[in-house]
Design a protein around this ligand. Structure first.
Ligand code: GSH
Length: 208
């Protein structure tokens, strides 16, 4: 049976989940064509797109068997198997488990709270969201708790899981960069987080 090949990624340049995949691929040195879809114009809500892909969200990986893979981390896992020699999901039993744990925590405790503040609180986001302002307000303090959690984890670690850069760092740096959309600065006392951000930002993958 022919090996299933990755054909292209459908994404939106400004969307944080798409950026997670772009950074992951840049770290691996994998090149693939990207097609843009204008989510702020609502193009992803068109029936033709949803029926083809199975969801209206981005990013999406189109495969050579005609199927579409969604969910940023599922797409990253596909590419982890394509090029395992640069492991970004961990190496040992414990490291793989810790990367999984911290990747999830960075999503649930940082990236999503930031996204909820933005999506439910910014009038421009009514294109994408049936807004509930109270949900935006409720998530603002959670963002600061998430930043404190990350800072604590970085107290004794170069990267989020020890000395190896991983997909947990990718989710976290995308979330931290996304803070600007809700006008939140990292508090000065979170020095381990600030140092980690400065170090990670120097990686060439982060510029994609
Ligand atoms: N859990 C999904 C989330 C995907 C997602 O929410 N993508 C956003 C862009 S960052 C999107 O498609 N937004 C369009 C919308 O909400 O209508 C993943 O990890 O890929």
């Amino acid at each position: 049976m022919d090996r299933i090949k990755p054909l292209r990624i459908i994404e939106n340049r400004a969307a944080p989940n798409c950026r997670r995949v772009r950074i992951f691929l840049a770290e691996k040195g994998i090149e693939i064509p990207y097609d843009q879809i204008d989510i702020m114009a609502g193009d992803h809500f068109k029936t033709e797109y949803k029926e083809k892909v199975g969801t209206y969200r981005v990013p999406v990986l189109e495969l050579s068997d005609g199927s579409f893979l969604t969910e940023s981390i599922a797409i990253c896992r596909f590419f982890e198997m394509e090029k395992p020699e640069i492991p970004l999901f961990g190496r040992t039993q414990l490291e793989i488990s810790l990367v999984e744990m911290w990747q999830r925590r960075m999503e649930f405790e940082l990236l999503w709270p930031i996204a909820f503040v933005l999506r439910h609180g910014n009038p421009k986001m009514t294109v994408l969201e049936d807004q509930c302002e109270a949900w935006s307000v409720a998530n603002r303090p959670r963002v600061l708790v998430g930043l404190e959690t990350l800072n604590k984890q970085l107290t004794h670690n170069q990267f989020i899981v020890g000395s190896n850069f991983s997909v947990a760092d990718i989710t976290a740096i995308v979330a931290v960069n996304f803070l600007r959309t809700i006008r939140v600065e990292i508090p000065e006392h979170l020095e381990f987080l600030l140092n980690w951000k400065a170090t990670v930002s120097q990686r060439s993958s982060i510029g994609v």
